[in-house]
Design a binder for this molecule. Structure first.
Ligand SMILES: [Ca+2]
Ligand SMILES: [Ca+2]
Ligand SMILES: [Ca+2]
Length: 462
């Protein structure tokens, strides 16, 4: 497709005011699906409808839960669904549990009875319900590839929602809710785009779209080619979905847009331990053991290169802790071209997502902490937000650099305050082979807790 590369780096918020319905949306048949964006807890439909619902960090979905012909919002929050039957804020009309934290929510009319119901995708296993209530899955099968983004839509217009998986620009769709090969395959969009599906022209069939930054490229056919409709809607980092689908990538917390965190946005006595992995993994076994034995939450930032070298360790980390993107090869991004910045971020996204089988966004950390307005904007437009640190232990300088477990400990304790973000590393020093962060960790955890602080991971601040 013809790509407006410049769009990627223009972090311009396009405000959509109520009543600003577009010609395209107004002209489409009543059954056409609408693009939807969510910023924080504010939902905006492409026809101007706007309301607040859910909490920041929820995963957003829309569907016709009560079969009255109108699609309304819902959110998935760590295994609990909160569905609303009105296009307005308020309390949830339907609340139930299905799936668990880390599952990817999907919605569709799986049995063709006119009611949209829910499901989750766990790796490549699809677990679907035909009613909006807790219970066992009515349909269960495997489809797709690890690391892909699940999508749903009535591809063939028979009234039943089919499934699909999008990996980078490869779309693989299936009309039948059972294990088997893709029935439709094509390429559309590119790595880093967020897929979105809907019946954009009201012809009864769902079709693909991608959201890149705040630009939407919608297609009216199940085939590669040029976008049929292109427009800007929302801002970089907004969650994107349609009135018949779930969002396929997390939005960026508003407090991370155009800026970064050096402390967590909180006044509570909490501390986030963060570990960067870009060199070797020498300190990792000890770190994982200490974290596990002390029950301490933590967050890891991996480079793509490290993950390629240590895929099993990456999986081991991701099984217990949130994982963020630390670029492919750990360069100073401020010295790279726009295209190279994008390649570094998305290269790592693809490699790490493939290895751990889940979304990394929005967590991103700049190598060396080197960033500027341009590169922060580029990260935001790829739905990443930058997490810096309030204290660097300097353990990475090693014993040969004059550091010790005492200096590591002292630096952290001197910085201690609400929302401290501690930067540590999983590797050993390249020449003296010391692993000061790993060695200091257990004592550090004890001393921080003794001062009345508790530990949190970043996912608690989505
Ligand atoms: Ca409805
Ligand atoms: Ca149904
Ligand atoms: Ca169908």
């Amino acid at each position: 497709m013809p790509l407006l590369v410049t769009v990627l780096l223009v972090a311009v918020a396009v405000a959509v005011l109520p009543g600003q319905a577009t010609g395209a949306a107004a002209a489409a048949a009543a059954t056409a699906d609408l693009p939807v964006i969510v910023q924080g807890r504010t939902w905006t439909l492409r026809n101007g409808t706007r309301f607040s619902y859910g909490r920041p960090g929820d995963i957003h979905v829309m569907g016709d839960w009560d079969r009255d012909g109108v699609a309304t919002p819902g959110v998935f929050r760590s295994g609990t669904w909160y569905l609303r039957n009105q296009l307005a804020g308020g309390n949830a009309d339907i609340v139930f549990g299905f799936g668990r934290a880390g599952d990817v929510p999907v919605v569709g009319d799986w049995n063709g009875d006119g009611r949209t119901t829910i499901g989750v995708v766990r790796g490549t296993t699809w677990l679907l319900r035909n009613s909006n209530a807790a219970g066992n899955p009515h349909v269960r099968f495997t489809f797709g590839e690890r690391g892909g983004a699940p999508v749903t839509g009535d591809w063939n217009g028979d009234g039943r929602t089919g499934v699909g998986m999008v990996r980078d620009s490869a779309w693989r769709l299936r009309n039948t809710l059972s294990a088997g090969p893709a029935e439709i395959a094509f390429t559309y969009g590119r790595a880093g785009d967020r897929p979105v599906t809907g019946d954009w022209n009201g012809n009864g069939c769902a079709a693909p779209g991608v959201v890149r930054g705040c630009s939407w490229y919608l297609r009216h056919h199940l085939a590669g080619g040029n976008a049929d409709v292109v427009f800007t809607f929302g801002a970089c980092g907004d969650a994107a979905l349609s009135t018949s689908s779930a969002q396929t990538a997390r939005g960026v917390p508003t407090s991370l847009r155009g800026t970064e965190w050096t402390r967590l946005p909180t006044s509570e006595k909490v501390v986030a331990l963060t570990f960067d992995a870009g060199a070797n993994a020498d300190g990792l076994p000890k770190i994982l053991q200490t974290l596990e034995e002390t029950g301490t939450p933590a967050t890891f930032f991996l480079t793509g290169a490290w993950t390629e070298a240590e895929p099993e360790l990456a999986q081991q980390v991701a099984a217990r802790y949130p994982v963020g993107n630390h670029t492919m090869t750990h360069p100073d991004l401020t010295k790279l071209s726009d295209a190279a910045v994008r390649q570094e971020i998305m290269g790592a996204d693809t490699v790490i997502r493939d290895a751990i089988g889940r979304e990394l966004r929005p967590w991103f950390r700049f190598p060396y902490g080197a960033r500027d307005t341009r590169t922060i904007s580029a990260a935001n437009c790829l739905n990443y937000g930058s997490v810096r640190w309030s204290v660097d232990t300097l353990g990475w300088k090693g014993t040969s650099g004059g550091q010790s477990t005492t200096t590591v400990r002292t630096r952290v304790l001197n910085d201690l305050g609400p929302g401290s973000i501690v930067l540590m590393h999983v590797g050993s020093h390249p020449t003296d082979h010391s692993t000061l962060d790993a060695d200091a960790l257990r004592d550090l955890i004890t001393r921080i807790e003794a001062r009345g602080y508790r530990f949190v991971d970043l996912d608690a601040y989505l």
